[in-house]
Design a protein. Structure first.
Length: 50
């Protein structure tokens, strides 16, 4: 994930360079991105009727 972030290369290219499946790297990149974001406290989610 660090390589993708720092180089700006597409996930598919980094995966090819590392010899791994691009789908695996994409899933891990998304998971790492989501884990680094603070939890959302969207008011729209609370204001919707059940």
């Amino acid at each position: 994930m660090r390589i993708v972030r720092e180089t700006g290369k597409p996930i598919a290219q980094v995966a090819l360079d590392l010899g791994i499946n691009d789908g695996t790297l994409a899933c891990r990149s998304v998971s790492a991105y989501q884990a680094s974001r603070p939890p959302s406290t969207s008011s729209t989610a609370r204001s919707r009727p059940p």
